[in-house]
Design a protein. Structure first.
Length: 561
């Protein structure tokens, strides 16, 4: 018997025999539901036999037969009512378990979010993507009429999505493109480090979404709930259906604030801040200005994260301010990193180490923040050093800057587009999906092994645009992404270590070493970050002007037959 737990109160399995019932009773189950009609297979036990065994074992048994492939709305409604009233935990079975898990998924449509339902089913080994639309429709079969249809649909109106749309239009004017994005405001997130250091004003990093979406591109204001790649459809909240010929997926990643116990309740107060949120970056600067002595903690969670250098950028800029104001010697500065190195590309580490020593910052590797108590000014880190038993360390603080754990959005992680880790599964060179040839991905949501930065999206957008246009013309992919990412590490006010690298940590500098040596702190790199990059972002990248972002050509690209 192959029991697959869906929730603590519900499990499913393929066909069982009367001899299996005592095992179910011993495992703590209190009721059984049969969803397989009698006589469907020559070797199956009848419900009467299962019911007799259940009564002998003290379990309730109920018969709700469903024809294979024909789970009706009424079946789901009856299953939900049955499940509500049965003693728990309950157990259901059919030939393979699929009908039972489908009934459960539809029955839970009103009480659980779609990603939760899909994730629970996936954890039990069942893919419920095929009924996602019904789940969103309250468990009822929706109409099969699309609410919108476009040649190219882009999921996400962030840096990657708008840049991809603009790059496409720069190659082929008049393309029928739609961007799906629920937010009204678009943020220049690389600027939040500077907001947290008092260099930029918050409002400089925000513009209305409508002012940035390219002319001629339709903005579908809504949140994606599910993908149906076999149907060339995207399902939005409210069960709206958007069909496409080609799909580009770039919704960014999810900042999992709930991934640290107690964090949500104390953000923005009690000395707890994060430059990873627009509304909190000004609080970082307020804390830095007001701290004259005590303990300041800076954290970094396990990879991958958005802008891997950001957690230490805030450390450097804070320490630089305290040093200039004459307070640094009274402040105990500690950096707690879940990883084992200061930075993933070794060429940049020596310069960074010089600054940690200048600022007398303690480095604590293999320390992952797991809980925080803001009012008590305490944080707890789980340590997982190689060849040692994990332990939990308690640390006091006066100020703590938290970088939250990060993952792909829920609707991506449970979708057919995701790899085993939950990221959109694309070819790291062409950025085309490995399974669905009319889907591409870029930005933070993909599983490409590059740094998740706006600079990466700036280089990826032209590659996707080239390859989508090639596909429209019936040609194979023409352009390749080399893994480029850039991380301007603000080591002090006025100087930056400009880290630029690609796949495998290969250095990919944009300027000659005589102009900017990225491995050393540079005033010119600071000027680039402070003065040039914001207008390049707003006026070039988001408008399809690919300055320093022309894609490399694939040497293997050939016309399609």
């Amino acid at each position: 018997m192959d029991i697959k737990q869906v929730t603590p109160n519900f499990s499913v399995s393929p066909q069982i025999s009367p001899q299996d019932v005592p095992t179910l009773a011993a495992a703590g189950y209190r009721s059984i539901i049969c969803n397989r009609p009698d006589g469907e297979g020559a070797d199956q036990a009848t419900f009467e036999e299962i019911e007799a065994a259940a009564k002998a074992a003290g379990l309730e048994a109920h018969y709700l037969p469903v024809v294979s492939g024909k789970v009706s709305d009424e079946n789901a409604r009856d299953f939900g009512a049955l499940l509500e009233n049965l003693p728990k935990p309950a157990f259901a079975y059919c030939r393979s378990g699929t009908r039972s898990i489908t009934l459960w998924s539809l029955a839970k449509a009103g009480s659980m979010e779609l990603p939760q339902i899909l994730a629970a089913a996936k954890g039990a080994g069942y893919d419920m993507g095929g009924v996602a639309r019904r789940i969103l429709n309250g468990g009822k079969t929706p109409t099969d009429i699309a609410d919108a249809e476009h040649d190219i649909v882009i999921v996400g109106g962030g840096a990657a999505g708008i840049s991809a749309a603009a790059s496409l239009l720069s190659r082929r004017a008049g393309l029928d493109i739609a961007i799906i994005e629920p937010a009204d405001v678009h943020y220049y997130q690389p600027g939040w480090t500077m907001v947290g250091a008092g260099v930029f004003k918050p409002e400089e990093t925000a513009k209305t979404m409508g002012s940035l979406i390219p002319a001629g591109v339709r903005w579908i204001k809504g949140a994606v709930a599910a993908f149906e790649p076999q149907e060339n459809s995207v399902i939005l909240d409210g069960c709206r259906v958007v069909r496409y010929k080609r799909l580009i997926v770039c919704p960014g990643l999810k900042l999992d604030w709930h991934g640290v116990e107690g964090l949500v309740d104390t953000l923005g107060k009690n000395g707890v801040t994060s430059n990873y949120r627009y509304d909190l970056a000004p609080y970082t600067w307020e804390l830095v200005q007001n701290l004259k002595g005590g303990k300041a903690i800076f954290t970094q969670p396990p990879m991958p994260i958005k802008c891997a250098g950001a957690p230490q950028k805030v450390l450097y800029m804070s320490c630089d301010h305290w040093l200039r104001e004459g307070h640094l010697h009274k402040i105990d500065v500690e950096f707690y990193n879940a990883g084992g190195v200061l930075f993933g590309v070794k060429e940049y580490v020596p310069a960074l180490m010089e600054y940690t020593q200048r600022y007398h910052a303690g480095l604590n590797f293999f320390h992952n923040l797991v809980a925080i108590d803001g009012p008590a000014k305490k944080a707890w880190f789980k340590t997982a050093k190689p060849d040692t038993e994990p332990t939990t360390v308690e640390v006091d603080f006066d100020m703590i800057h938290v970088c939250p754990p990060q993952c792909a959005p829920d609707f991506v992680r449970v979708s057919p587009l995701a790899d085993a880790a939950g990221w959109v599964d694309v070819d790291q060179s062409t950025l085309r999906h490995k399974t669905y040839e009319n889907i591409w991905g870029l930005g933070d949501v993909t599983n490409t092994p590059n740094a998740k930065t706006a600079a990466a999206a700036r280089k990826q957008a032209p590659v996707v645009a080239d390859n989508v246009v090639a596909d429209i013309d019936g040609r194979s992919p023409t352009s390749a992404y080399d893994g480029y990412g850039s991380c301007p590490l603000t080591v002090e006010r006025g100087k930056i270590v400009l880290a630029e690298f690609g796949y495998g940590g290969k250095l990919l500098p944009s300027f000659p070493k005589a102009v900017i040596d990225g491995t050393r702190p540079s005033r010119l790199a600071w000027m680039l970050k402070e003065t040039l990059l914001p207008p390049i972002y707003w006026k070039a990248m988001l408008r399809g002007r690919e300055w320093l972002a022309k894609p490399e050509k694939l040497s293997t690209a050939t016309p399609a037959e």
